[in-house]
Design a binder for this molecule. Structure first.
Ligand code: NAI
Length: 444
């Protein structure tokens, strides 16, 4: 069996916390039954709150009891793989929360809390919440949470916000924002993990309003909220950063005459492609949704837009590749064959790596092929900046103020990083890590 959630289910448990201290190489685990199978989460923050004791038949297992339980259920090798990933990525841990009745498998990857301590907020961590279908392998969902949470730690540093890095990946069926039990559970889980969050891939932005009106203020970035959808500043920041990358090679930040392959026309990709279309570019676009592609073409009549299939996008002979959908798209094989001069997009975790060493190795391969790449967390951070601004200042902050901050921070940071990397003779990815890693892994 390759599922920790199946163990929780068989043992009638609700919660599993894995913790790792990279300084001492120490692992701890805790498993618990914290609520009854028929608990009504639609009453969250009304009949009970975070911290309430929800059952009289609670159960808690310590590290050796958890490991013995995993052994009994034959998941030890799966657990060891997860431990290896946690160790290699120097993660703080993972929280697993299980809603048996609705089969919601909530995974919160927590990379580092250092920057979120003593920040005067409920949230210690910032990182969005993404949905995966129930058909996906549990390990892939966990890897996604871990990779994204590590990126969040560094992204939060890139825009200097006082939160550690986390990312929530929830395996469940379709979200029903009218199902208060479902929404209440997701709110409770978010609050217990102390995340500042918002909807990421496969969750609708409309969920934010339901969360805020009924359960929790830890969700931001909804259509009616103070600063709106975080995808817009994200796309703008990535676009401005790309222009600096081009300037570092051509001396001009103009994209006129350049061609760009855009992978994904979702919330971020559509906006990024629209910014790109505002210059005299040729765009190659692809998305799972043909409707989205056609809508983009229709709404940008003055730009040359060529639709290509999902499989073709990496083979396109364009100047720039802007990944704006899923992560893990560039490994050894893809890097060896792509013909772009720049890889600069807004998607998270573009390189197929689960730790910093591997990410830097792949970044070097790109550099060897003459492709300019900078780890994306350095330039796709305007979304979390927006989230943090909204969380901290609410309606006292305007979108104009936010966009001015994006203009001040993202392109400047990218220019500095690209220039410094050139001076030091290292890749921009190594350079970004060198500038930030002591804040995460250094002496405390
Ligand atoms: P989204 O769910 O709105 O859009 C993703 C789009 O990618 C969808 O249109 C989907 O159909 C498409 N897609 C899925 N698989 C694809 C494939 N194989 N090939 C081409 N297209 C495919 O998500 P969103 O918010 O636009 O996020 C996109 C990326 O940007 C993700 O990696 C996300 O983590 C990252 N990101 C998002 C931020 C935000 O504020 N929304 C902030 C920073 C990063």
């Amino acid at each position: 069996m390759n599922s920790l959630f199946e163990v929780l289910k068989k043992e009638n448990l609700t919660t599993l916390k894995l913790r790792y201290n990279f300084r001492s190489n120490q692992f701890n685990a805790l498993a618990a039954k914290e609520w009854e199978a028929d608990a009504d989460f639609s009453k969250y923050n009304k009949a009970f709150t975070v911290g309430s004791i929800q059952t009289d038949s609670g159960r808690h297992l310590n590290t050796s009891e958890v490991e013995a339980m995993f052994e009994t259920h034959g998941v030890t090798s799966h657990y060891r793989k997860i431990q290896d990933l946690i160790r290699q990525g120097k993660h703080f841990g993972i929280d697993f929360l299980f809603h048996n009745k609705l089969n919601i498998r909530f995974v919160c990857g927590i990379h580092s809390n250092i920057r979120g301590l003593n920040n005067k907020s409920h949230a210690t961590y910032a990182g969005a919440t993404r949905r995966h279908g129930l058909d996906k392998a549990e390990l892939d969902v966990i890897i996604d949470a871990l990779n994204l949470s590590r990126a969040m730690t560094f992204k939060n540093i890139a825009v200097d916000i006082p939160f550690g890095g986390c990312k929530t990946t929830i395996q469940m069926g379709d979200l029903d924002i009218d199902n208060m039990e479902m929404m209440g559970f997701l709110a409770y889980a978010c609050d217990t993990t102390r995340c500042l969050t918002g909807p990421d891939m496969s969750f609708p932005k409309t969920m934010v309003k339901v969360m805020n009106e009924n359960f929790t203020m830890q969700y931001v970035g909804g259509p009616g909220s103070a600063l709106g959808d975080t995808a817009i500043p994200t796309a703008y920041g990535a676009y401005l950063a790309l222009k600096q990358a081009v300037k570092s090679q051509t001396g001009s930040e103009s994209l006129d005459g350049m061609s760009v392959a855009v992978q994904g026309l979702g919330a971020v990709g559509y906006n990024m492609a629209s910014y790109l279309a505002s210059e005299k570019t040729t765009l190659y676009v692809t998305d799972l949704s043909e409707e989205r592609v056609q809508q983009f073409i229709k709404e940008h009549p003055s730009c040359e837009v060529i639709a290509v299939s999902l499989d073709e996008i990496l083979d396109v002979e364009a100047d720039i590749f802007a990944p704006c959908a899923m992560g893990g798209i560039l490994g050894d094989e893809e890097i060896a064959k792509i013909k772009f001069k720049y890889v600069f997009g807004a998607a998270n975790n573009q390189l197929r790596a689960t730790n910093q060493t591997e990410e830097i190795r792949l970044a070097k391969l790109l550099a060897e092929r003459g492709i300019l790449f900078q780890t994306e967390w350095w330039h796709n951070a305007a979304g979390v900046l927006a989230a943090s601004e909204e969380y901290t200042h609410g309606f006292n902050q305007t979108i104009d103020d936010l966009m001015k901050k994006v203009e001040a921070i993202l392109p400047t940071q990218t220019w500095k990083n690209l220039t410094k990397a050139k001076e030091l003779g290292i890749t921009p990815t190594e350079c970004a890590y060198q500038s930030s890693q002591d804040l995460v892994y250094g002496e405390i």
